[in-house]
Structures are given as C-alpha cells and as structure tokens.
Design a protein around this ligand. Structure first.
Ligand code: NAP
Ligand code: GDP
Length: 342
C-alpha cells in the first residue's frame, strides 16, 4: 500500500537527518526509501503548527498516511530556564494540533518525539519507559517537560477512546549537521562548537558554562534518524521507546569540551564559568527495550567520513569523528546556520 509520510520539524536537526538517511541509504534497503513511500518534510514556513487551521490545511494538502512529529520549540538548558511558560504553551499547542488533526484525518500511524528531559528529577536510575510520570521533572525545564509528558497521556487517551495508532520516541541529547548553533539558546554540543570556533578564529577566551561535571548521553542525529525509520516501519505500540546509546555511555560536559577543542583544533586553554547553571546532574536512560526489539540491527561500518558505529558514539575516537563532522558542517555553513546572529 502506498504511504505518504509527513515529517514535521523537517527543517530541523533531526528532520534533516531523517531526510539525509532516506535519500542516501540504498533505495529499498532497511533505512532507504521504499518504492511505495512518499516522504514530505515540512518546516514552520509550510505551516505554523500552533495554529489549528494551518495544521488542518497542511494535512489536507499532503494527505499523510503516516506522521513523524518532530516540530517543537526546542532549546538547551539556558533557553529552557528563561522561557518556561513559552516552552509549555507552544509545545502544548503544536502537539495538540498534530495529534487531533492526525485523529480527524485518520492518519494510520503517528510517532511523536519526547526527550529524556521528561523524566522525573528524583528517580532511581537508569531511566526506563515506565518512569515518565513518577515524579516532577527537573525545575530547569519543567515547561518543556510537562508539555512533552502530555503527549504520552494523549497517545493513551486517543488509543482508548478512538483506537488511534499513536506512539512516541524518547531520544537523549542529539547533535549533528543542521543543529541550532545559537550561542545562548542551543544545546551544549552546538553551543560549545560555536564558542570554540569563535575563540579559535578571534583569539578570544573559550568559556564553558557550569562546572563541567554533569553527565549526558549523546546520540548522533543520523543514527537517531535510522531509529525513527525503524520505528515507523516496525514498532506498533502506544508505549514510548527510549532511543539512546547505552546507560553506561554517559559523558561529562568536560569530556565534551575536550572533544570539541580537538574537533575544532583549538590550541588555547578554556575555563569554566561556575556561576552558570549545571542543570540536571545526570539522566542516564536505558536502551534495553530498544535493543531487545530492533533485533538483527546491522551496525554502520566504520569508515572515515562515515562517522562511527551505531551505539558506539561514545567510543572516544568515533565520538570525535562525529563531532568533527558537526563542527565542519558548522564552519562550512557559518553564514546560513542558525547561530542567533541574524
Ligand atoms: P530543531 O533543530 O530546533 O528543529 C525544530 C523544528 O521544529 C524545525 O523544523 C522548526 O521549523 C519546527 N518548528 C518549531 N516551531 C514550529 C511551529 N510553530 N510550527 C511548525 N514547525 C515548527 O529541533 P530538533 O533538535 O531537530 O528537535 C526535533 C525533536 O526532537 C523535537 O521534538 C525535540 O523536542 C526532540 N528532541 C531534541 C533533542 C536535541 O538534543 N536536539 C533531544 C531530545 C528530543 P523551522 O526551523 O522551519 O522554523
Ligand atoms: P540538557 O541536557 O537539557 O541539560 O541540555 P544542554 O544540551 O543544554 O546541556 C546542558 C549542560 O551543558 C549543563 O550542564 C550546562 O551547564 C552545560 N553547558 C556548558 N556549556 C554550555 C553551553 O554553551 N550551552 C549549553 N546549552 N549548555 C552548556
């Protein structure tokens, strides 16, 4: 049966990565485009998804049978801390419009995107899919976290009341080409790439926010893209699924800063601004469920320029290569990248 797959947030970090994988993996292969599929990638200029009417018109125009819903107001720690209400409201509006329009348009399958930020702050580690609602999220991003948690609640309600096939994915911290490199609003990897790039170019100090001690799990956008494509084709359950490297693959912010220094080829020293927030200290998430379901997953062969092995992102050499790819993309695209300078 022919399917029309609409990717909201198609102009962002994860959307561009899905487009890259679909267009560059061999046609008909596990992650390549299938003959009966039409993929459509939309950004906010196609429709402002906070608006129900624009959302409805978009569904009428494309008639999607499947939707991967990535569109969101997204930001790093400092952006989230400053605009909690905006993160809450915009994401509630966007998500409610997408879920309800998917229902009214009889969309066969909808996968929405949560984040490991949704989990409770005080909880037994590792995080797993059952712990989303078992306590308040970290204060730094409670607006974003509550909006995203509601998607899981809505997915269950749409299934119970109307039998909808809606589910959600929970990625950890993502990085790669087409990221948002805004100095104040971005996530840590693009933020540090931009800051280190400027330090090298202008001979200015390279300052890392916080103590450098917090731990995070990172996933390269093109690996995450493959996992979304796998979910679209093979995962059919309302319960969310964590898309992550292993829980033992946490990296400190200092290790990230060291890797960025190497990737950029910065020769100077850097300092920590400990007056700035650290955010949540750690949020290690388990990928047990994913690994038990994805089965005979073939790891991407490691070749220079082909990044690194799937789930092996934290191998220091491979992580560095992936970072270099992101840093190189940023340098090559400095004039057009999202840097907050426009
Ligand atoms: P991103 O690069 O900032 O992209 C956000 C996307 O959402 C863009 O395509 C943007 O469109 C679109 N968008 C924002 N507001 C919109 C609106 N009002 N109407 C229509 N489209 C709108 O974000 P990302 O990092 O790819 O994130 C994708 C998904 O992954 C999000 O749901 C996010 O919560 C989740 N996630 C991200 C991370 C991470 O580390 N980045 C971690 C966990 C989960 P335009 O660019 O065209 O304006
Ligand atoms: P989080 O995983 O949602 O907290 O998001 P981030 O990707 O924003 O990571 C935040 C962590 O990186 C915190 O411990 C920050 O103190 C630290 N950090 C260091 N420098 C930066 C920076 O330039 N930008 C951001 N966003 N975080 C930074």
């Amino acid at each position: 049966m022919a399917s029309v797959i609409l990717v909201t947030g198609g102009s962002g970090l994860v959307g561009k990565a899905i487009q890259h994988v679909i267009e560059n993996e061999p046609a008909g292969s596990r992650f390549g485009k299938k003959e009966n599929e039409t993929w459509i990638f939309v950004g906010s200029s196609d429709a402002d998804l906070r608006d129900p009417e624009q959302t409805r018109k978009m569904y009428e125009k494309y008639q999607p049978t499947h939707v991967i819903h990535l569109a969101a107001l997204v930001g790093g720690l400092f952006h989230n801390m400053k605009y909690k209400l905006t993160f809450l409201r915009e994401n509630i509006l966007i998500n409610d419009n997408i879920l309800h329009t998917s229902y009214t348009h009889k969309t066969q399958k909808l996968i929405s995107c949560l984040s490991t930020c949704v989990f409770p702050d005080k909880v037994e580690y590792p995080l797993d899919e059952h712990k989303i609602h078992s306590g308040p999220p970290h204060d730094s991003n409670f607006g974003y976290a509550h909006a995203k948690r509601l998607v899981d609640v809505q997915n269950h309600a749409y299934k119970e009341e109307f039998g909808c096939n809606f589910t959600s994915a929970i990625p950890t911290n993502v990085f790669g080409p087409h990221d948002n490199y805004d100095l104040e609003h971005s996530h840590v990897i693009p933020g540090l790439i931009h800051k280190c790039y400027l330090a090298k170019k202008n001979g200015t100090p390279f300052v890392v926010s916080g103590t450098g001690k917090p731990l995070r799990q990172f996933i390269y956008s093109r690996d995450l893209a493959k996992l979304f494509i796998w979910m679209l084709r093979e995962y059919d359950d309302v319960e969310p699924i964590i898309l992550s490297v292993g829980e033992d693959e946490e990296v400190s912010i200092k290790q990230v800063a060291d890797a960025v220094v190497q990737a950029i080829g910065f020769q100077g020293n850097y300092t920590f601004d400990t007056t700035r927030a650290d955010g949540q200290f750690r949020k290690p998430a388990s990928n047990k469920k994913l690994l038990s379901l994805i089965g005979d997953f073939t790891f991407t062969p490691f070749e220079p320029g082909n990044y690194y092995l799937l789930f092996d992102v934290m191998n220091p050499d491979n992580f560095l290569l992936a970072l270099m790819e992101s840093a190189k993309w940023f340098a090559d695209n400095y004039d057009n990248a999202r840097t907050g300078k426009k």
